[in-house]
Design a protein around this ligand. Structure first.
Ligand code: FSO
Ligand code: SF4
Length: 537
C-alpha cells in the first residue's frame, strides 16, 4: 500500500505498512483499484459522450465510488471488491453501447476475481505510479484528492436532487487526465487544478441549494451540550437526509436524537429542528470518538466520514449507512434504521435530565447576510476591526492547539467565522458580542464552505472592494480531501494570504509549493501570537 492523501499520513510522507487512520493495506490497494477502474469508466464516458451516448446516473455513481475512497469513509474490503467489478461491468456496457474499443490502460482493465487478485493488480496503479516527474505526480495527486472532495459534495447534493452534468463531466475529465493519451505540461496540470476548484464551487453551490431548498435556511439556534432523560441515538457524519429519515423513523418512540461532530449545524435547519426529539449535541470532533463513545448510552449511526476503528466497549452500538463501512458492523441499507432503533431501545439511554452548557450554530449565509447592514456599520464605525475565518478539519496532532489559542487570543474587536470540525477546538468558548453580533459565528459543516465564500463575496460587494482587500484573514486547518477541494476553490477565486496548518500536505512537491507561495502567498501557520501580530499589524 501507499497512501498519502490525508494530513495524518505516516511520518508526513505516506502510509506504507498500515494506515494511521486504521486502513488495512488490502483496503488501500482495493481503493487504488477502485480509482483505476473509475479512470477507465471516465475514459469510456468521455468517448461515449463525444458520440452522443450518455448514461443517466453514471455521474452520481462515479462520485459515490470516489467518495468511498476518501479518508475515514469505508474500511470494508467486502464492499470494494464488488464495486470494482461493478465499475468495469458498467464501463464494458457503455463501451458496447457506444461502439468503442480499448486494448490498454484503465479502460481495458480486467479486475481479478477476488480481493487477493485485485490487490496484486493494484500494485501498479497506486498514486506513486501516476507520473515519473515529481511535480506532475504532485499535481496529479492534488487533482485526485481534490476530486474526491468534489465527489463527496456532489454525492450529498445528488441525494437531495441537485445535480449538474458539468460536475460529472469534470470528474470524467480529471479521472481520465494522464491516461487519455493527451500530452500535458505542468501549466496544463495547474490549469486542471484551478478548474477543479471552480467545479468544486459549483458543486458546493448545488449542495447548498439541496440543503437549504430541502430543509430551509439555517437560523441561529442554541444547542444543548448536555442530555435529556431517555433512550438515545447519536448521529455522526455529514448527511442531512440520513438524519431527517432517522428523525422521522424515531418519531413517537421516546428516543432522543443527538448530533456528533459535523452534524452539529443540522440543529439550525428549520425542517430538522421542528422535531421535538431532535435534542442536542454530544462530544467533540471525530478524532475523540474512542474517548467519547464509551460514555454514550445509546446507539450510534455513521452517515459519512469520519469513522475510526470501533472499540470493543461500544462496537455493538455502532451502525453505518450510505458509503460508510467498517468490517463487522451492521450496515443499514436504504435508510432503514430499524436496527439502530432496536439497539437504542436495548441500551439504557440517559437516566436523568442534564441540559448542561449550550452552543450556538446556524450562521449560514442567509442568517449572516440578513444582518449584513449591522455588520458593515460595525466595521465602518471601527467596532469590528477584523474578521477571521478559522475553519477546516480537526485531527489528533498536538499542533492543532494553535487554533484554540488563535481564537482565545484574537482581540475583542474581531469576529471569528468558523466551519467544519476544526471548530471543536473552541466551539464552546464564550466570546461575547459586538453590537449584538456574536463574536463566534458557526457557519456550518465543511460542506457549508460555500456559505463562508458567499459571506465574503457579499462583504466585498458592500465595501466595494475585492475579497483580498477585506479585513478578513483565512486561517485554515486541513485533514482530508474535502479540504483539498475547498483550498483549490479558494485559489481559483484568487484568494491570497491563506494560512494553512497544522502541517503542509505530503503530496505537494517543493516546486508546486513554491508556485503556490509565489502566486497566492499561501503560508504555513506559525504561532497564534505571531500570526495575529502579522495579520493585525
Ligand atoms: Fe471534519 Fe472529518 Fe467535515 Fe472532514 S468531520 S474532518 S473536512 O472529514 O469532513 O470537517
Ligand atoms: Fe494514511 Fe491518511 Fe491514507 Fe489513512 S487516509 S492510509 S492515514 S494517508
Amino acid at each position: 500500500m501507499f497512501c498519502n492523501q490525508c494530513e495524518q499520513t505516516a511520518k508526513g510522507t505516506g502510509c506504507t505498512a498500515m494506515g494511521v487512520c486504521g486502513k488495512q493495506p488490502e483496503v488501500s490497494d482495493l481503493q487504488d483499484a477502485t480509482v483505476y477502474a473509475l479512470r477507465g469508466l471516465a475514459i469510456a464516458a468521455q468517448d461515449a459522450a463525444a458520440k452522443g451516448v450518455r448514461e443517466q446516473g453514471m455521474g452520481h455513481y462515479t462520485a459515490a465510488r470516489l467518495f468511498s475512497t476518501l479518508t475515514n469513509v469505508n474500511f470494508d474490503p467486502d464492499r470494494f471488491v464488488p464495486w470494482v467489478h461493478e465499475i468495469t461491468a458498467m464501463r464494458d456496457d457503455l463501451v458496447r453501447k457506444a461502439g468503442l474499443s480499448y486494448t490498454s490502460g484503465p479502460a481495458a482493465f480486467v479486475p481479478g476475481a477476488d480481493a487477493a487478485a485485485i490487490v496484486q493488480q493494484a500494485a501498479e496503479h497506486g498514486t506513486l505510479t501516476l507520473a515519473p516527474d515529481e511535480d506532475i505526480r504532485s499535481c496529479m495527486q492534488i487533482l485526485l484528492y481534490g476530486m474526491k472532495g468534489v465527489a463527496a459534495y456532489a454525492d450529498h447534493a445528488a441525494i437531495l436532487g441537485q445535480e449538474d452534468n458539468a460536475v460529472y463531466d469534470f470528474l470524467y475529465k480529471g479521472l481520465a487526465a494522464g491516461f487519455d493519451g493527451k500530452a500535458r505540461d505542468l501549466n496544463d496540470w495547474v490549469g486542471l487544478l484551478l478548474e477543479c476548484g471552480n467545479v468544486n464551487l459549483r458543486t458546493m453551490e448545488l449542495l447548498d441549494a439541496g440543503n437549504t431548498g430541502t430543509y430551509g435556511h439555517p437560523v441561529p439556534t442554541e444547542v444543548p451540550l448536555g442530555h435529556r432523560k431517555g433512550k438515545a441515538i447519536l448521529v455522526s457524519g455529514h448527511d442531512l437526509r440520513d438524519l431527517h429519515e432517522l428523525l422521522k423513523q424515531t418519531e413517537g418512540t421516546g428516543i432522543n436524537i443527538y448530533t456528533h461532530g459535523e452534524m452539529l449545524p443540522c440543529h439550525g435547519y428549520p425542517e430538522l429542528k421542528k422535531f421535538p426529539h431532535f435534542y442536542g449535541h454530544f462530544g467533540t470532533a471525530w478524532q475523540n470518538q474512542h474517548k467519547e463513545f464509551p460514555q454514550f448510552p445509546g446507539a450510534i449511526l455513521f452517515t459519512t466520514n469520519c469513522i475510526q476503528k470501533p472499540q470493543a466497549s461500544y462496537q455493538d452500538n455502532v451502525f453505518t449507512t450510505g458509503l460508510v463501512g467498517w468490517p463487522g458492523l451492521t450496515h443499514c441499507e436504504n435508510r432503514d434504521f430499524s436496527a439502530v432503533i432496536k439497539r437504542a431501545q436495548e441500551l439504557p439511554g440517559f437516566t436523568e435530565d442534564a441540559p448542561g452548557k449550550t452552543v450556538m450554530t446556524g450562521f449560514g449565509h442567509n442568517a449572516v447576510l440578513g444582518v449584513a447592514g449591522a455588520v458593515v456599520d460595525a466595521v465602518k464605525s471601527g467596532a469590528i476591526r477584523h474578521f477571521f475565518l478559522v475553519g477546516g478539519c480537526d485531527g489528533a496532532k498536538p499542533g492543532r492547539n494553535y487554533y484554540t489559542e488563535f481564537v482565545e487570543k484574537a482581540p475583542a474587536d474581531t469576529v471569528i467565522l468558523t466551519l467544519a470540525c476544526g471548530k471543536f477546538r473552541f466551539f464552546d468558548k464564550e466570546l461575547g458580542t459586538i453590537g449584538g453580533i456574536p463574536r463566534l459565528l458557526d457557519v456550518g459543516q465543511c460542506n457549508d464552505a460555500y456559505s463562508a465564500i458567499q459571506i465574503a463575496v457579499a462583504l466585498a460587494k458592500a465595501f466595494d472592494c475585492g475579497v483580498n482587500d477585506l479585513p478578513l484573514s483565512l486561517v485554515l486547518s486541513w485533514y482530508e480531501q474535502k479540504a483539498v477541494a475547498i483550498l483549490l476553490t479558494l485559489l481559483a477565486l484568487g484568494i491570497k494570504d491563506i494560512r494553512l496548518g497544522p502541517s503542509l500536505p505530503a503530496f505537494v512537491s517543493p516546486n508546486v509549493l513554491n508556485f503556490l507561495v509565489e502566486n497566492y502567498n499561501i503560508k504555513p501557520i506559525s504561532t497564534a501570537e505571531e500570526d495575529l501580530k502579522a495579520i493585525l499589524g
